[in-house]
Design a protein around this ligand. Structure first.
Ligand code: ADP
Ligand code: ZN
Length: 208
């Protein structure tokens, strides 16, 4: 099953992709995670995208599409996958359609106020990438990852100016994908304003 998770930053795509990936045994492919890994490694790609990401702007389409194309060519993506954070522009979506067949596009619906609240409370594990939230999903020990004991931090792009910029970029460049996939008959909507468990039930309802 080839899935796309679509929605504003903070809508819960990453959290749900992790949950669903475990349940269905298909990989979660997050372009944000791939770019963050490249930045951490200090690779050529990482150096190119670091400043762009800190501001909450989008990485150029050509770089992003190439990254995803290479990732999807790996063996573990052969039995299905969840694309989390890709495509984010019409150009990316058109490129993807040229080399992959998508089964469902899940649109995570949520309003801006809630997005801001969620993102500003988000904490991420520096070692394994696990996601927590100070209100909804706090770690057992403050500042420490339950899974691996790693240090939790606030992403640079989860600071308030970046959050507002990311929302603006989302509305301008990514929101048009809702109509794009609706026209193709692939769009499925879920209410993403409640708990991860509530979102998970809705998605399973769509897939089964
Ligand atoms: P968010 O929480 O905003 O969904 P992500 O972790 O998905 O964040 O992405 C973080 C950053 O990585 C984005 O703000 C952007 O700079 C870059 N990025 C991720 N996916 C894409 C994409 N498909 N196209 C362009 N840039 C991307
Ligand atoms: Zn961890």
């Amino acid at each position: 099953m080839n899935l796309i998770f679509l929605g504003a930053p903070g809508a819960g795509k990453g959290t749900l992709a992790t949950l669903l990936s475990r349940e269905y045994g298909i990989p979660q492919i997050s372009t944000g995670d791939l770019f963050r890994a490249a930045v951490k490694e200090g690779s050529e790609l990482g150096n190119k995208v670091k400043g762009i990401m800190e501001k909450g702007e989008l990485v150029p389409d050509s770089l992003t599409v190439e990254l995803v194309r290479q990732r999807l060519a790996k063996a573990d993506a052969g039995g299905g996958y969840i694309l989390d954070g890709f495509p984010r522009t019409i150009v990316q979506a058109d490129a993807l359609a040229g080399f992959e067949q998508i089964d469902h596009v899940i649109n995570f619906e949520i309003d801006d106020q809630l997005v801001i609240r969620r993102l500003s409370g988000r904490r991420v594990c520096r070692s394994c990438g696990a996601i927590y939230h100070v209100d909804n999903m706090p770690p057992k020990v403050e500042g420490k990852c339950d899974r691996c004991g790693g240090e939790l931090y606030i992403r640079d792009d989860d600071k308030i100016d970046s959050i507002k910029n990311r929302l603006r970029v989302y509305k301008e460049q990514t929101e048009p994908l809702i109509a794009y996939y609706r026209d193709k008959g692939l769009l499925r909507e879920i209410d993403s304003s409640r708990s991860p468990q509530h979102s998970l039930e809705q998605i399973k309802g769509i897939l089964e």
